[in-house]
Each structure stands twice: as structure tokens, then as C-alpha cells.
Design a protein around this ligand. Sequence first.
Ligand code: NVA
Length: 318
Amino acid sequence: MTATVRHLLRDDDVTPQEQAEILDRAAQIKARPFSDRCLEGPEVVAVLFDKQTLRTQVSFAGAIAHLGGFPLVIDGKLAQVGVRESIADVARVLTRESRAIVWRTYGQERIEEMAAHSSVPVINALTDEFHPCQILADLLTIKEHKGTLAGLTFAYVGDGANNMSHSYLLGMALSGLHVRIGTPAAYQPNAAVLARAVEIASGTGGSVTIVEDPGEAVTGADVVATDTWVSMGFEKEKESRQGSASPFAGYAVSSELMARAKSDAIFLHCLPAYRGFEVDADVIDGPQSVVWDESENRLHAQKAVLSWLIEKSGGERR
Ligand code: NVA
């Protein structure tokens, strides 16, 4: 019997139980880095970037190599997916020659189309709408520092309409956290994503709260997170988002804002970080910051998700 191919295109492509399985696997893999070699040959995993990258390229290359495979990094400017040839044709080609496809691109509909024509797992390495691999790394980091996930209060302040906000809503709700987003009225999360997060939270014991006041968002939180105000693909809005009239001016994570959270709260940032804009140097470089653990955990989380998807799609775990 052929197993149905599994993809990770958005955070809720896995159930709460499956997300917990992946996180447990990530913790095991972190403790024994070369224990899970599901690729051999070495088999190729295609890793395609239409946008800038550092952490994602390094962590996927490492993850694929550690699993016994060969990371074939493809520059999206050369491949020109959807321009030089259709997304469907690229999917058909890559499916024949690789064991999985990892793609960082623009609109979510592009990766949905890739997955629709792929018979190997497709992993979202960031789109305009979601960044599910980052959230797995963040959950792993929170669990390491707090010992638990369900019931914690997670606060994200800044751009509520970006990929991190959407993935935090879904991914944190899956693990039963109380998710608070502090964002200006003009940057509210996508209504359908928000509704989905509320639905997930109702089944996991978590909750979802959207507020405009950043202080209200972080008050009593166990975890505080932020992200750049100028996401990739939005560079034309740099002046309006980061300039003197920035709508996010009051949303910078300063030590005063951190002081509203619990005294043992940790600070997360997916990076790259812009000190003096969304976060002050004394916070990101201070004792509550766990951003370097978070960055390293990309590697472990991605090894777990890649080996899990291959296994669930009918591949063996060796
Ligand atoms: N929101 C950011 C995340 C970077 C990892 C962006 O899309 O650029």
C-alpha cells in the first residue's frame, strides 16, 4: 500500500500530537546528532531559495548531511520557478530526482502548487504567510528552557500580519500555549489564520488574544518574541515601517517592556535582528535572550521534521 505523501506547508499541516512527536524527535536527535539517518546514497534533497537566507540554508544543509543525504542548494534567481518554467513542471522534475523539496518563496499559493504536483515531501522554508520550521525550533527552545509548553503564555509584539505572527498563532496553539499578539490595528493577522488558531486552541487548552497595546501583550508572559518590521519581500516599505513615523515605534522590545513579563521570561527572535528597531541591544544581548539556542535549534528541528515526513510518506527510518 502506498502511503500518502506528507508535507509541511503551514504549521497546522500536523496535528497537536504529531507536532509533539516531531519535537520529541528533535530533542532525541539533538542528544544523539547522527542517530537518525533516513537518507542514503546519498539521496538528494532539493533546497530552493527565492529569498535571502543564512540560518535556513546552513541548518537545512547540515540537517540533510547529518541524515545521510546531499543538500542540493538551488538559487531561485537561476531556477526562476514559475517564470522559466511552471511550478508544476519544476515539481515533476524535482520529484524524480530528489527525496524531498525544501522551498523558501513568496506567496503561499506557490508552495501549495509545488506540493500538489510533488510525490515527495515539500517543506515550507518560509513564505510571505508562514514560517513553520522556525516555530518548531522556537517550541524546542521554549521546552528546553521552561521544561513544558502547554499552559505557558507566549507574547509576540510587532508586525501581526507577517509570516512569524501567523505561524506563532497556529504553532503555539497546537502546543496549548496562550498566544498573545500585540500589534497595531493596521497589522492584524489574517482573519482565516486567526480563526483557525482559535479553533486549534479550543482543542488544546490554549488561547489566542490580539491586542494593540504591547505592554498588555507581554504582561505576565513566560516568553516574549519579536521579528523584523520589514520582512523579505516588503523592502519597498522600509521607510514607512522603520522610519520616524513607523507604526511599530511603540512595539520595540526594550528592557522596560521585558520588565512587564515574568521575571524569568525568555526572549526569542528568529533573526536577523535589527537592534534599535524591533529590539534593543540590552534585551537581545542580555541574560533573558535565548536567541542563539533558538538559532541552533533550527538544525535539530529540521532534522526531525525531514526524517518524520519521509517516514510518514512511506520511507524507512534507519
Ligand atoms: N518575517 C521575516 C522572518 C525572517 C526569518 C521575513 O520574512 O523576512
